[in-house]
Design a protein. Structure first.
Length: 52
């Protein structure tokens, strides 16, 4: 089972459409790329080429 990362101030914001958008801060805390094409991925994942 994957580790549960507690959500803290600055880890996400709400988009104008009501979606939770995780920030690079949260992704760094999580420590790995989920390869979902996240908007603020600090790991450089490109969903078009499926590479980091």
């Amino acid at each position: 089972m994957k580790e549960i990362i507690p959500i803290e101030e600055g880890d996400f914001y709400w988009s104008e459409n009501g979606f939770r958008v995780f920030t690079a801060q949260y992704h760094y805390k999580r420590g790995y790329c989920c390869e979902s094409g996240c908007r603020h991925c600090p790991f450089g994942y490109d969903p078009k080429t499926n590479t980091q």
